[in-house]
Design a protein around this ligand. Structure first.
Ligand SMILES: *[C@@H]1O[C@H](CO)[C@@H](O)[C@H](O)[C@H]1NC(C)=O
Length: 262
């Protein structure tokens, strides 16, 4: 609406009010819709203050233990150490422990959060989609193809605008070709299996060629949390169709948001 002379004052007041109301929103709330790609490199929110130097009250827990199969995935939980604190925002990435220059692997689109593309990669980071107080965010991460080695997750937790912890590091998770287990006695696989508990092998009906199938490995050898995995990793083709759909939906949502904020 064009401002005529009479309404000019009202117009100016309204515009100024709008600017005053809208401009600081990003400053006050940080980024209510998640960290922008510019935050990828430092993993630091642009809040104008430094991160906390104290030990983070939040942790990034490895829910499936510290060893996963190369073709498996890692389930993470972002949560407070003590169950008291909550966080509004987060940004998490996975790094090769020996090369922390860039994030690796990909995340599945989570229930509470969104996958973003950082530093030239694709779907290699997750950030929040709202600034509500959170006590638990569960994420699934898949290693890069043919990756073997130690991976650490680094998470920036934002408790509020002035209080955040940058790059809180998880325990390392080892991505391996084969989980060491007692079944290796029957196969020809010369993998370096330093099995500590050689549980008596009763039945191993699977052939050596299917050794990488994670379905039937014995849980006698108590590696990494003795809860029996329901092995949902059986279906090999990841639903890339739905992933790319949500990618595009995310992209459209992002551009709508950024045009709104402009
Ligand atoms: C932010 O969180 C810290 C730590 O819990 C608290 O001391 C501080 O009062 C909070 N600040 C605001 C603005 O809520």
């Amino acid at each position: 609406m064009p401002c005529n002379k009479k309404a000019a004052f009202t117009c100016a007041v309204v515009s100024a009010a709008l600017v005053l109301i809208l401009a600081p929103i990003r400053q006050i709330q940080g980024f209510p819709n998640g960290a922008p790609p510019t935050a990828c490199a430092t993993m630091t929110p642009g809040h104008g203050v430094g991160g906390q130097q104290s030990v983070s009250p939040f942790m990034t827990e490895l829910l499936d233990g510290e060893t996963v199969l190369m073709d498996g995935s890692v389930r993470l939980e972002l949560r407070p150490q003590n169950g008291v604190n909550s966080f509004k925002g987060f940004l998490v990435m996975a790094f090769d422990k020996t090369d922390e220059s860039k994030p690796i692997g990909t995340f599945k689109p989570p229930v509470d959060g969104k996958v973003i593309d950082c530093t030239g990669g694709v779907m290699n980071a997750v950030t929040h989609t709202n600034n509500l107080d959170k006590k638990s965010v569960t994420l699934d991460w898949t290693p890069p193809k043919n990756f073997m080695g130690q991976v650490v997750f680094r998470t920036t937790y934002v408790e509020n605008k002035s209080t955040f912890w940058v790059k809180t590091e998880s325990k390392a998770v080892a991505v391996v070709l084969e989980i060491p287990s007692a079944t290796s006695t029957t196969t020809m696989a010369p993998q370096t299996t330093t099995t500590t508990t050689a549980a008596p092998v009763s039945t191993t009906p699977m052939s050596a060629s299917t050794m990488s199938a994670p379905t039937q490995h014995h849980d006698h050898a108590d590696h990494a949390g003795d809860h029996d995995h329901p092995t949902t990793t059986v279906s090999p083709p990841k639903s890339t169709a739905s992933q790319s759909t949500s990618f595009w939906i995310g992209l459209i949502a992002l551009s709508m948001l950024s045009s709104l904020l402009r």
